[in-house]
Design a protein. Structure first.
Ligand code: PEP
Ligand code: MN
Length: 353
């Protein structure tokens, strides 16, 4: 159920409707839009009695939502969601492309700083890096855990980059939200509903990566889990799905970008690194992702990929990342997007969160 408020409804009227919904035992999600506020109702088993709400002042109409997802849908908010960060010009979902880059895993302070320096200079505003790595083998490097998060926090302070890192369970999420700017939920955890709910109770934006065999609807429902707990700063990420094709690690499904954008107001980022698993395919697929309308990219970059402790084969050399950015800069205006300027020096230190 969706309560659409009148364009000029006051905050007081919105609050009264929310209180009414909660008094009926449901949860109210007030989502302000450019023209009007809509209030999503969740937690209802059957149909909500619309009559009382319809009569309340400031209410324009009460709509029954037939789709399984509510809060992620354009029905509740027609304009795009833009995720913003205090103390930074970085945005996700606005006109400027969100470029996230860094190593697959944080290996040392030296490694993280060497890579951060290069990606920051090239114009990335976000630094990626795993401190908790979900590896296929239990014997592979699992990440530096809290030490890795501390290194990322130092990168943040020194380069003014916003950070994104994966939480693999409740325990790691408790730490990730203290150190990072964005919590990444990995493909393997896209249907870990308890983790999604926990991320939904965080104040941090959450990026949900598409599960390896997730349909569009399952993908959107994962985001719905996060939003249903009250966290509306959700970003989606296409990272390739499992198909019979074996020339790439996964099959990057770029068609999901316009499909998501048609149904949802949430931003969608593309990960051509996990998506292809091959360094030589990352730049071509990045070009395609921007051309198809993605809101940004997340790219693995390593200064010594041959020595990388994870995903070296798909990591770009910093020079290749420079080239990728140069190409993205040319494509961006064709699709009405901008890219942060590349700088000769790292940007000034920003520490506010
Ligand atoms: C990663 O970003 O390094 C990663 C493990 O991603 P995914 O969950 O998409 O495999
Ligand atoms: Mn990786």
């Amino acid at each position: 159920m969706l309560v659409v408020m009148q364009a000029h409804a006051s905050e007081e009227q919105v609050r009264a409707v929310c209180q009414k919904i909660e008094s009926l035992g449901y949860r109210a999600h007030s989502i302000p839009g450019a023209e009007r506020t809509a209030i999503g109702i969740t937690g209802n088993k059957g149909e909500v009695e619309a009559g009382t709400l319809e009569e309340m002042s400031g209410v324009q109409e009460v709509i029954r939502v037939t789709k399984p997802y509510k809060l992620v849908s354009r029905d509740i908010k027609s304009e795009n969601t833009v995720v913003r960060f205090a103390g930074s010009d970085a945005t996700i979902g606005g006109p400027e492309l969100a470029i996230m880059a860094g190593p697959c895993a944080i290996e040392s302070r030296e490694q993280a700083f060497a890579i951060a320096e290069r990606v920051s200079r090239a114009g990335a505003r976000f630094f990626r890096g795993g401190a908790y790595k979900p590896r296929t083998s239990p014997y592979s490097f699992q990440g530096l855990a809290e030490e890795g998060l501390q290194i990322m926090a130092e990168v943040r302070e020194n380069f003014g980059l916003r950070t994104i890192t994966e939480a693999i369970d409740h325990e790691s999420l408790d730490l990730v939200e203290q150190y990072a700017d964005i919590i990444q939920i990995g493909a393997r955890n896209m249907q870990n509903y308890s983790l999604l709910r926990r991320a939904g109770r965080s104040k941090c934006p959450v990026m949900v990566k598409r599960g390896m065999s997730a349909t569009l609807e399952e993908f959107l429902m994962a985001a719905e889990y996060v939003m249903s707990e009250g966290n509306y700063n959700v970003i989606l990420c296409e990272r390739g799905i499992r198909t019979f094709a074996d020339h790439t690690r996964n099959t990057l499904d770029l068609s999901v970008v316009p499909a998501v954008q048609r149904l949802s107001h949430l931003p969608i980022i593309v990960d051509p690194s996990q998506g292809t698993g091959k360094r030589n395919k990352v730049t071509p697929l990045s070009r395609a992702a921007i051309a198809v309308g993605a809101d940004g990219l997340i790219i693995e970059v390593h200064h010594e990929p041959d020595k990388a402790m994870s995903d070296g084969m798909q990591s770009l050399y910093p020079d290749q990342f420079d080239e990728l950015m140069a190409q993205v800069r040319q494509i961006a205006p064709v699709v009405g997007r901008t890219v942060a300027v590349a700088s000769a020096k790292p940007p000034a230190v920003v520490s506010e969160r």
